[in-house]
Every structure is written in C-alpha cells, then in structure tokens.
Design a protein around this ligand. Structure first.
Ligand code: PLP
Length: 470
C-alpha cells in the first residue's frame, strides 16, 4: 500500500471518519456510558501480529469503528461522573485533526503555530490574573504542568546552581495538603527532592489545608536545619474540589520567603464561574500555576499548561541557549521553557474552542457544571437512602448509599461502585474520606443534564437495594 493519498482519496476517507464519529455522537444519549470490552477482543487486540503488507484504509477505519470506538472510557458520554476527565468540544476534535495535518513542531520559530500558542497562553494568563509578560507553556497535562513549574521552583530556590551541581546538600522541603494530588509527590521524587521532604499537611473539616499545621511544620523543619522552599496549594482537589486558603498561603509564603505554587489542574479555571470566583482571591500572587485545559476547558486530551510569573526564571531553568545569543527582544522558543523540543501544536484545539464559544461561553459552561453539582447535592439530601458527605464548592460531590439499619456501609458502597461500573448505564468511582468509603460524582461535562443526575441516583438505589436483598 502506498503511504500517500491523493486529495480525492483523503477526502473520501475523511468523510468516512467524520460519518463514523457523527454517528457515535447521534447515539450517545441512548448508549450506555461504558460498555465493557469483550475479553476475546481485548486479547485479540493485545496479541495481534505486526501487519505485514498493509490493508486498504477503508477497512482500517472500519476496524476502529467496530473494535475501538464502541468500548470507550465513558467520559464523552453525559452519564460519566468519574475522574476529572471531560467530554471534548466537537470543534476541539476537529482542531486536533487540523493541527495533525498541519503537523508543525511548536518548538518555536517564526511560523503560525508559535503565535497561536502565545495567544492562548496570554488568554490563560489573563484568566488566572497574571500579566501577559508572565511565562507559560502548554504541556501534555497537569502532571507535567506541575513538574515543569516545580522544576523552575527548584532552580530558583536552590542555594547553588542545580543545573550544574545537582541536588547535593540542598535539603529542600515542599509542603502540600493531605488532599494534594499524587503527581506532586511524583514531581518531588523526579526532581531529586525526595518524598521524605514532602510534607502532607492535615486538612480542616472542609478538606482545605490547615494553616496552623502548615506553619508548625515549616518552623519545625527550620529548627531541624532543613530548607523549606515551596508550598503547593490546591485550587480544586480531585477528591472534593477543595480550594486551599490562597491569600493566607500567599501571605505566609511572602513572610517565609517560599515559592507559592498552585495546582489548579482541575479547578483553576473555575475562577471563571461567578458563584465561586471569590474563592480564588490571591491566586494571582502565586509564583506559578498549573492548569489543565483538557479538563474544564473541554479540549480533547492532551493539553495542560504551566504559568510562571517571572518568565525569565522559566528560561533560566530550561534554556540551553547561552544568554548572549538569546534574542531577548523577541519571543523565547518554547523549547527554552520546558522539557520538550519537538512539540505538538496543542494550542490550535484550544484556540479554536475559545474562538467558537468565547470566554463568556466558558463562564456559562463552568458555572453550569457547578450548578448541576449543587442540584445533585439537593437531590441527595432529599432522598431517603442517601447521605451527603462532602458538598464541594466546585463540581465534585461525595456521598454514600446509607439506608437506615445497614451495618457495614463501607463494604456496601464499595460493592455498589464495582457493580455500577460493570452495569455501565452510568459510570463513577469512589474515594476514601476520613476513613469512609464514599461514592464520588464529578461533573466536567457540558452534555450532562438534570435527568442524568436522577439516573445516577436511581441506578445506585437499584443496585444498592439488590445487594441488600442478596
Ligand atoms: C488531573 C489533576 C492532576 C494531574 O493532571 P493530568 O492531566 O492527569 O496529568 C493534578 N492535579 C489535579 C488537582 C488534577 O485534577
């Protein structure tokens, strides 16, 4: 098979792809959120021999339609309430196709993709309250966005040049809350700081970082001769959507000369929603912020973003271009601001979604998810067999199926989650809060409607009742 295609052939196959995807969109409301892939199929896919001479492209596309698309993770569907994985904007999906065809490596340089990325970064900086002179880069996701920011922190806070000398004798200590994301620990490990030097500070009843405990931990580490360098605050934890007290942490970081980083991978852009914007006061004082456009900005996976207030520190951390050859009047290359050289043109899908719905569209969509979550919380309170455990202020709700007289609620709720996932009509996960097994429902989905909330609770009620009569 020749690799290239004539424009006509490309068009014909492109229509086949679009028809297939449009068909799936049409079927979404009436399809289970998740259908388990049959074992024979997953085995066959896993063990397939290397294709020898190639196949006609129609049948390759048809195989994707038959063997891949029917067994999704579920997050494109309105009945998905599990992890912070959103449904993609349709224009972002088309943007992904267009950027792939364009295939520019956005390492930097004087071509259109560089300017589009700088433009969307400027928009994201403005949303988060940063000046447009701040530094920024799109990353694969929130984990790399946090890693990139913490690498800059490490470079700035080290007492010698860590790029030359490594981490020898640094004794850095980083603070985050017990509810902080696991990727912070991964970053601390990868950066050579060591997880023994990551303090997981206890939280208050609202799952926000306890300031007294934070202050005490910093003081103790100083007494012990260690080097406190950074507080990682969460602007939206994945368990409950808790936002740490950002202004207080900013004040403390200023007084203690610590780097203030905000992990806003899930919740950062929640600042756009009027009803919760006040919770973000102080975020603009952060030295760095991680956000994840592939979550609440609805672009297809992958797209994360690191913002660093002092753009020069970012360049100092990563650039291998000697300062005497840098064109400081011009824009730095993205390869000087992060880990990658060849870089996907991720900015296009985000740029196109912004163009399509506007910042006001985003405001409404995010506010709507928060309203839906409040509604879910009301419904849980109104139902007899349910108990509301954590009513997050963003779009995450934790609750239990708790009919009166049942002894082991942890086991019951664990079993409900397992069966609900096998059932597939709706899809969600659980978490453990204060030692209790809870069911967690997260809404980052512009397709979710009120009826889906009822469906979620109905299915849980049905499955729960089934388990109890067994
Ligand atoms: C999702 C998330 C991360 C990790 O981001 P990925 O895009 O999954 O790598 C980190 N922190 C928070 C708060 C998140 O919600």
């Amino acid at each position: 098979m020749p690799i290239d295609m004539s424009p006509d052939e490309f068009k014909r196959l492109g229509y086949q792809v679009i028809d297939t995807l449009a068909q799936r969109l049409a079927e979404l409301p009436d399809t289970p959120t998740r259908s388990t892939i049959p074992q024979e199929l997953s085995d066959a896919l896993l063990n397939e021999e290397i294709p020898q001479d190639g196949t006609d492209p129609e049948s390759v596309i048809q195989r994707v339609a038959d063997e891949v698309l029917p067994y999704p993770m579920g997050n494109v569907s309105p009945g998905f309430f599990a992890w912070v994985n959103s449904t993609p904007s349709p224009i972002g999906v088309l943007g992904e196709l267009m950027s792939a065809a364009h295939n520019a490596s956005t390492a930097g340089g004087h071509h259109s993709s560089t300017y589009i990325e700088h433009a969307v970064l400027n928009w994201l900086k403005q949303i988060m309250g940063y000046a447009t002179v701040a530094g920024g880069i799109l990353t694969s996701g929130g984990s790399t966005a946090n890693l990139t920011a913490l690498a800059v922190m490490r470079h700035v806070k080290a007492t010698h040049n860590v790029r030359e000398h490594g981490m020898r004798d640094q004794h850095m200590v980083v603070y985050t809350s017990e509810q902080g994301h696991l990727c912070i620990q991964k970053s601390i490990e990868v950066l050579g700081i060591g997880n023994q030097h990551l303090r997981k500070i206890p939280v208050d009843a609202d799952f926000c970082m306890n300031m007294d405990a934070l202050k005490a931990a910093i003081a103790q580490d100083r007494l012990d001769g260690l080097h406190p360098v950074c507080v990682v605050a969460s602007a939206g934890t994945v368990n409950t959507g808790a936002i740490d007290p950002l202004t207080e942490i900013a004040d403390l970081c200023e007084a203690e000369n610590l780097w203030f980083h905000v992990d806003g991978a899930y919740g950062g852009v929640g600042i756009l929603a009027e009803q919760v914007a006040h919770l973000y006061a102080g975020i603009e004082r952060a030295d760095s912020i991680a956000i994840d456009p592939h979550k609440w900005l609805y672009v297809p996976i992958e797209c994360g973003c690191t913002l660093v207030k002092d753009a020069n520190t970012m360049r100092d951390t990563f650039s291998l271009m000697p300062s005497y050859v840098r064109d400081d009047g011009g824009m730095p290359w993205f390869m000087e601001l992060g880990l990658q050289q060849t870089r996907q043109f991720k900015a296009l899908k985000l740029w196109m979604t912004f163009q399509h719905i506007g910042i006001n569209g985003y405001r409404e969509l995010i506010a709507r998810d928060i309203d839906l979550s409040s509604l879910l919380q009301l419904k849980i309170k109104a139902r007899e067999n349910f108990e509301l455990i954590a009513a997050g202020e963003l779009s995450i709700t934790c609750f239990r199926y708790a009919p009166s007289g049942v002894g082991n609620l942890d086991a019951l709720n664990q079993e409900i989650i397992t069966r609900l996932q096998e059932d597939g009509r709706v899809f969600t996960t659980g978490t453990v809060l204060n030692g209790q097994q809870v069911i967690r429902a997260c809404i980052v989905n512009f397709r979710t409607q009120e009826a889906d909330l009822d469906r979620l609770l109905d299915v849980i009620d049905e499955i729960g009742a089934e388990i109890l009569v067994e």
